[in-house]
Design a protein around this ligand. Structure first.
Ligand SMILES: [Zn+2]
Length: 271
C-alpha cells in the first residue's frame, strides 16, 4: 500500500469515506504529520485545541479511524508514535455495521455484562460494546457484542487505550489458529517488552476464532509443553486485576499442539 493511496484531507473522497468532522480533523492532522508522526500526547493536545476533546474521546477517535486506515503505534526511541500508513486491509463500516435489529437484541439483556447494573434499577445507560475491538480483528457479529453501562464502557476504553503500543504484537498473536499458540505468543510478546500481560486480554485473545469455555485450562496446559508463568494480582481503581508474567517458554511442537499436550499427559499418567 503506497502512501499516495491516502486521500487528501480536503478531497471529496475523504468526505465520503469519513462522514464525521471529528474523524476528518484527526485524519488531517495525522496526514500532515506523516513524515514525523505524532505521539498520543501530541494527538491529544491537537484535538483538545481543535475541538476541546477530552483524552478518552481522542483515544476512541484514534481507534475509530483504524476502521478505515492503517495507523499503527510504532516505537520511536522511548515513545510510541502514530503513523498513518495507508488504508485498512478490509474497510469496516464500524458502528454502522450493526443493524438496529442486532443492536436491539444485544441491549435486550437490559443489564451491563460487566457490573450487572440495569437501567430500571440503577438508572445506567447501556451501550453496545465490541468484546474484541475492531482494531484487533473483532467483528460486528452478535457473538462479539455485549451491553455495557456507560461507566464500564468508559473504563474498558481507557484500559484498551493503554494497550495501544502493543497492538501490533496483539494482532500477530491473535492470527494463530490454535488457542494455546495464541495465548503463548501473546505472553511472549508482553514478556519481550517487559510488561505483565493482563488476564483480560489473554481471555479475549484466547477466545478469538473459537470460543474457549475455559481458557485458564488452556494456559495451565502450556506447562505440559515446558512453559511457565507467574500470576500477579494488582489493585487498580478499586478493582483487582490479574496479570501473567512469563517465566519459561519452549518451541512449539511440530504437529497439533492439543494432541501433543494429550500425549504428554497420558505419558505422565502411565509413569
Ligand atoms: Zn457496568
Amino acid at each position: 500500500m503506497t502512501e499516495n493511496d491516502l486521500p487528501a484531507p480536503d478531497s471529496d473522497e475523504l468526505r465520503q469515506l469519513l462522514t464525521r468532522e471529528d474523524l476528518r480533523s484527526l485524519y488531517a492532522f495525522l496526514y500532515e504529520r506523516r513524515e514525523h508522526p505524532p505521539t498520543m500526547v501530541e494527538i491529544r493536545e491537537h484535538a483538545a485545541a481543535e475541538n476541546g476533546e477530552s483524552h478518552s474521546q481522542t483515544d476512541r477517535r484514534v481507534r475509530e479511524l483504524r476502521d478505515w486506515f492503517k495507523l499503527p503505534a510504532v516505537r520511536s526511541g522511548r515513545v510510541h508514535v502514530y503513523r498513518l500508513e495507508g488504508r485498512a486491509e478490509t474497510i469496516r463500516d464500524g458502528r454502522a455495521g450493526i443493524s438496529p435489529r442486532v443492536r436491539g437484541e444485544v441491549l435486550s439483556a437490559k443489564r451491563c455484562a460487566q457490573c450487572g447494573k440495569t437501567p430500571t434499577e440503577d438508572h445506567v445507560k447501556l451501550e453496545v460494546d465490541h468484546k474484541i475491538p475492531h482494531s484487533w480483528g473483532g467483528t460486528d457479529d452478535i457473538e462479539n457484542l455485549q451491553p455495557l453501562c456507560t461507566q464500564c464502557n468508559h473504563d474498558k476504553q481507557a484500559f484498551y487505550s493503554s494497550l495501544d503500543p502493543f497492538e501490533e504484537q496483539i494482532r500477530a498473536a491473535t492470527s494463530h489458529k490454535e488457542p494455546h499458540r495464541r495465548i503463548g505468543e501473546l505472553l511472549k510478546a508482553f514478556h519481550a517488552v517487559g510488561v505483565d500481560a493482563p488476564s483480560q486480554v489473554i481471555g479475549v485473545v484466547a477466545s478469538m476464532h473459537q470460543y474457549q469455555e475455559d481458557w485458564q485450562k488452556r494456559m495451565r496446559e502450556l506447562r505440559e509443553l515446558g512453559w511457565d508463568y507467574k500470576t500477579i494480582k494488582r489493585k487498580e481503581n478499586g478493582r483487582i486485576r490479574s496479570y501473567y508474567r512469563l517465566t519459561a517458554f519452549a518451541d512449539w511442537p511440530e504437529g497439533n499442539i492439543a494432541a501433543e499436550i494429550k500425549r504428554r499427559e497420558r505419558a505422565k499418567k502411565a509413569n
